[in-house]
Design a protein around this ligand. Structure first.
Ligand code: ADP
Length: 554
């Protein structure tokens, strides 16, 4: 059974689920922002409508104020000075521009020759500090600034104003900008259109609107109109942090901080009022509080899902590992049991076939039978121990124990094999080795497995030394042999279940790759360590280091 397709599927499911959660979150957050904006819109719309009505009313009053009596030029000057408009054209009953006039009718009536003479005199005076210069300049200035009865035609007035400004840049000419604006308008206009609603003109950034009676055409620059409308808006008391701005048709009314807008049509088509919050954060705070809650919930859900995945993955991994172990175990057990059973069967058959029992031979066969039986028992013992350890079913009984006792029992369990010809098994126990805390049977099994391996993986001349000593608060059991040794790669893997460095050799000497994995499990249960030092062809030394109990062994 392979784990990765299941894990990949699990990962996919989780990623999709996390993706969905994040998508829901994004949608929820967006909706939350929209909802907050809606609430703010509701809260501020009423206020904006009031301002809208007031602005329109102010606008109407402004236009109505243009319908007052007086000479055309005087009205021009008054309207401009009072700031009613950036410039105006006064129109007579027949609909003709009276002041300023259209270019075709501009120069004849009222032209003042005297003004030109004075201007020429002024230009001839090079010394500007000359009192004569000052006097003529003041006279001319008063003339162009005056709009009473015998007013100058606007073209002449503008010409003189420009000349004066050239000779004296500081000269005060309050209507010059208005004269210029209207001149620009009249240059492009074929006829004067007096619409009651604001409309754009041919001149860039300039707007025109007729007074209610149609006797005045007011001109506004975009900036001028924005300032005038803005002044009306500002008169209205607003809560702190709230601003209403006048937005021209070519501007974008909806900025990030805009809450709601209101149109100024039909009087001012395309113009809008925009209510915005000065502090964008203020706008977001309400939404963010809820969004934070969503984020926390999403975080918890994703966290829980991740934890769940880890648990499931571990469970699946464990199941897969167990299934693999089971398969390996079944295969190994059947194979390993078969060898001694076949040998025993052959011995029994030979004995049965004999016509009469030769005592010496029979004893030899029975000894062989006994050895195979012991090998079988060891195998089964190892299987059982392994199985219990794997299922965490091994009941360790921890007691204080003398290391000598473990050594003696392990060597005794090695039995007859320790005495075969060419084999020496030497046990060296240092003096005063302290007590250790452990499960006697388990530790004997661990040590016996090491001795067993040392016996199996050495040639005919076996020299096995079991040393027991104490150092730095620990007791060390080391099993050294003069056997075949291990490569670096094998040293890394021999503690894995079912791992055998040389399977063919393992088959002849017996074993199923569980001995060292049992040693490792037992050692871990004792909070101890096991390590191996070995080189191929130079024997191996396995050492178990186990913490000593503080008092000395008796
Ligand atoms: P097995 O039942 O095969 O002996 P173990 O888990 O006890 O299983 O050992 C795993 C493998 O480690 C063995 O198959 C063998 O290749 C190697 N091994 C263990 N002990 C020694 C040793 N003392 N010298 C050389 N190789 C060893």
């Amino acid at each position: 059974m392979r784990a990765w397709p299941t894990l990949a599927l699990l990962l996919l499911v989780v990623l999709v689920a996390i993706g969905c959660v994040l998508w829901f979150m994004r949608e929820a957050m967006r909706n939350e922002r929209v909802a907050v904006r809606e609430k703010l819109v509701d809260a501020y719309r009423g206020q904006l409508l009031l301002v809208q009505a007031k602005t329109k009313e102010g606008w109407k009053n402004r236009l109505a104020a243009l319908d007052s009596s007086g000479s055309a030029a005087a009205r021009f000057a008054r309207f401009v000075r009072e700031g009613l408009a950036d410039s105006v054209i006064c129109i007579d009953e027949q609909g003709r521009a009276v002041y300023p006039r259209l270019p075709s009718t501009v120069d004849t009536p009222g032209r003042n020759a005297n003004a030109y003479t004075e201007l020429m005199t002024l230009e001839s005076l090079t010394d500007h500090s000359d009192p004569r210069f000052q006097a003529i300049a003041a006279q001319l200035r008063d003339m162009v600034n005056s709009y009473d009865q015998d007013a100058l035609p606007s073209a002449q007035r503008r010409f003189i104003m420009h000349e004066l400004r050239r000779l004296d840049p500081d000269v005060v000419l309050p209507t010059l900008a208005a004269e210029e604006l209207v001149a620009r308008y009249l240059e492009t206009a074929t006829s004067v259109v007096r619409e009651p609603n604001l409309r754009p003109t041919e001149v860039r950034d300039t707007w025109s609107v007729g007074s209610p009676s149609g006797h005045v055409l007011a001109l506004f620059t975009t900036a001028g109109l924005q300032t005038r409308l803005g002044n009306v808006v500002r008169e209205f008391p607003l809560p702190k942090g709230v601003t209403i701005t006048v937005v021209a048709p070519n501007e974008d009314a909806m900025t990030d901080s805009t809450v709601v807008t209101a149109s100024l049509a039909p009087e001012l088509p395309g113009w809008r009022l925009a209510l915005s919050l000065d502090d964008r954060k203020l706008f977001d705070t309400a939404a963010e509080q809820r969004v934070t809650r969503y984020l926390i919930v999403a975080g918890i859900v994703i966290g829980l899902m991740s934890v769940m995945v880890v648990f499931i993955a571990r469970g699946v991994g464990r199941q897969v590992r167990l299934a693999r172990l089971k398969n390996d175990l079944v295969a190994t057990v059947s194979h390993e049991l078969k060898t001694p059973l076949t040998a025993m069967r052959a011995i029994v058959d030979t004995l049965l076939e004999a016509k009469q029992f030769d005592e010496k031979k029979t004893r030899e066969y029975l000894e062989l039978l006994g050895a195979e039986n012991a090998r079988l028992s060891r195998l089964i013992e190892n299987f059982l121990t392994f199985s219990r350890l794997e299922r965490n079913k091994y009941a360790f009984e921890f007691t204080r124990v003398r290391p000598q006792r473990i050594v003696e029992e392990a060597v005794a369990a090695l039995g007859e094999r320790a005495h075969v010809p060419g084999c020496t098994v030497e046990s060296q126990v240092a003096d005063n080795v302290p007590l250790i805390r452990g499960d006697v049977d388990a530790l004997v099994t661990a040590l016996l497995n090491l001795l067993d391996n040392a016996w199996k993986y050495t040639g005919d001349q076996k020299r096995i030394v079991l040393r027991t000593e104490a150092r730095n608060g620990s007791v060390y059991f080391s099993v050294a042999d003069n056997g075949i040794g291990l490569s670096a790669r094998d040293r890394q893997r021999i503690f894995d279940s079912f791992y055998q460095a040389d399977q063919r050799l393992a088959r002849t000497v017996g074993g199923c790759g569980l001995g060292l994995s049992i040693v490792r499990s037992i050692v871990e249960a004792h909070h101890a360590k096991v390590r191996v030092e070995s080189e191929p062809g130079h024997g191996s030394t396995f050492t178990i280091e186990i913490p000593a109990v503080v008092e000395a062994a008796s």
